[in-house]
Design a protein around this ligand. Structure first.
Ligand code: AMP
Length: 278
């Protein structure tokens, strides 16, 4: 497996591969890799000749300095995991290489997708996501890029960016990988205590409960019941629970074929998100 740390080294290699007619699959990550990330790598390997995984904790997508500081990092283990899973290239750039002085970052119209849920609760988050992914797309020019539905709103934002900025890349959505308990896998989970792991089950349990009751109860009743369940346990703070249209991510009040439930909660100071098709 090749390890590159600058865009110029990576580009030199990719230019050779493109000359040989190889297709490029790209998997952007922030590291501390788990089976969720590896499922994206596997999909890329299935659909593309060369798989490039980036590891970059993007400062621009953190709206709180403390969250960025506490974000876990495990570069050596990540490289080993990628090797074991036959990844072709890992790209670990510096902040200076991604955002050199004087770089002009485009403002992208996200059609309101960025104003609800994660966008509303983390101001500037999606602007940062669009900037880093746009920069990677400009430099790597992948044929396909792989994103997990764990961050469902993020994939919608990226698809919108690809449409408005006319990137020649196909976005491939990948299903959420979960722990046996139901908890959606996340790099942040390693910061949970044993008790936290136990408590975190509530998040996926509530999504399943919403799925079971969708169509049987009114949406506002489902929302109120879930909010009450969280309020009854002060160790977990519900940031939002929303039932939204999968296409435009706007909240819905009546049964919609493409409805999805979204949740964000804080447990032991760790922000956890999850979602489920209803
Ligand atoms: P992150 O390192 O958290 O920025 O995630 C990198 C990519 O992996 C994103 O496209 C995520 O949506 C995806 N991902 C993270 N966790 C999971 C999961 N549990 N299942 C599927 N994809 C995931």
């Amino acid at each position: 497996m090749l390890v590159y740390r600058t865009f110029s080294e990576l580009r030199k290699y990719l230019d050779q591969m493109v000359l040989l007619g190889k297709t490029i699959g790209f998997v952007p990550t922030m590291g501390v890799l788990h089976e969720g990330h590896i499922s994206l790598v596997e999909k890329s390997k299935l659909l593309c000749d060369i798989t490039v995984v980036s590891i970059f904790v993007n400062p621009k997508q953190f709206n709180m300095a403390e969250d960025l500081e506490k974000y876990p990092r495990m570069e050596t283990e990540d490289i080993q995991k990628l090797k074991e899973n036959y990844c072709d290239v890992v790209f670990i750039p510096s902040v200076e290489d991604v955002y050199p002085d004087g770089l002009k970052l485009p403002k992208v119209d996200l059609n309101g997708i960025d104003l609800v849920m994660e966008g509303k609760h983390r101001p500037g988050h999606f602007e940062g996501v669009v900037q880093v992914v746009g920069r990677f797309f400009d430099q790597i020019k992948p044929n396909k890029a792989f994103f997990g539905e764990k961050d469902f709103q993020q994939v919608s934002v990226i698809e919108q960016m690809v449409r408005t900025q006319k990137y020649a890349v196909e976005i491939v959505r990948c299903a959420i990988k979960r722990e046996v308990s139901g908890l959606a896998m996340s790099s942040r989970n390693i910061r949970l205590s044993a008790e936290g792991w136990h408590k975190s089950v509530l998040i996926s349990e509530q999504l399943i409960w919403a799925k079971e009751n969708f169509g049987k109860m009114r949406i506002d009743q489902i929302k109120t019941a879930i909010e009450k369940t969280f309020n009854d346990d002060p160790s977990m703070v519900l940031e939002y629970f929303e039932i939204a249209n999968e296409e435009n991510l706007q909240a819905i009040q009546s049964t919609d074929v493409y409805a999805r439930a979204f949740i964000a909660a804080e447990l032991e100071g760790i922000r956890l998100i999850d979602n489920m098709a209803l």
